[in-house]
Write a protein that binds this ligand. Structure first.
Ligand SMILES: Cc1cc2nc3c(=O)[nH]c(=O)nc-3n(C[C@H](O)[C@H](O)[C@H](O)COP(=O)(O)O)c2cc1C
Length: 187
């Protein structure tokens, strides 16, 4: 018998905007999710995770910016209008999008700040799942151009967008090779 935490860990899946419904995510639920993020472990308690939450018209602005970045940074022979529109749709078809930002303090190796932020994202994902909210971590190359739009400081870097929505996705088994192939026991 799995306890609730184990069940949540095993049932959490990537859910993308194609399965999102129109149901609004309550602000209280967003706050619960952000508090879960803030409970992540952090070496020297630097708490390097920063978030920018997009809702309502904020999502339209984010979508427009993602389209603009795609249009202005994609080589002419790779550019398609459909891809430009799809870039915006990821934002506008979501109910909430959270820009994931690492705040590098210089007190620790950068990988530790990134690792702590990734722990915070996993907490977001698990908390969202526990509230019947689906989501996924999107890391397209164009997030490297989001700095000015997000008003980031010199020592901050956007490492993804977490798109969320209530959804109608069927539950599915995770695609994983057996853990036994990834572990060596020394006994
Ligand atoms: C750091 C990171 C970046 C990711 N970036 C993307 C992405 O850009 N697009 C995407 O569709 N999924 C992305 N994912 C989600 C993975 O594709 C997904 O977790 C994986 O396929 C396993 O599926 P599951 O989450 O349902 O177990 C990312 C996940 C992580 C941890």
């Amino acid at each position: 018998m799995k306890n609730e935490i184990l069940k949540t860990i095993h049932e959490r899946r990537t859910v993308n905007q194609n399965s999102f419904t129109d149901e609004d995510i309550k602000k209280d639920d967003i706050l619960t999710i952000l508090e879960a993020a803030n409970a992540a472990p952090t070496h020297k308690r630097t708490q390097p995770w920063r978030f920018v939450v997009f809702r309502k018209e904020g999502l339209e602005r984010l979508g427009a910016e993602l389209s603009r970045i795609y249009r202005t940074t994609t080589a002419t022979d790779k550019y398609t209008e459909v891809a430009e529109q799809n870039m915006a749709k990821k934002a506008t078809m979501s109910n909430v999008a959270i820009a994931i930002v690492v705040n590098y303090t210089g007190e620790l190796p950068e990988w530790e700040e990134l690792a702590a932020t990734a722990c915070a994202v996993q907490n977001i994902w698990l908390a969202a799942h526990s509230l019947n909210i689906g989501g996924y971590w999107a890391s397209p190359g164009l997030i490297n151009h989001l700095g000015p739009f997000l008003n980031l400081e010199e020592n901050q870097k956007c490492v993804g967008l977490f798109y969320m929505g209530h959804h109608n996705a069927e539950s599915r088994e995770p695609v994983r090779s057996p853990i036994a192939e990834k572990v060596r026991w020394e006994e």
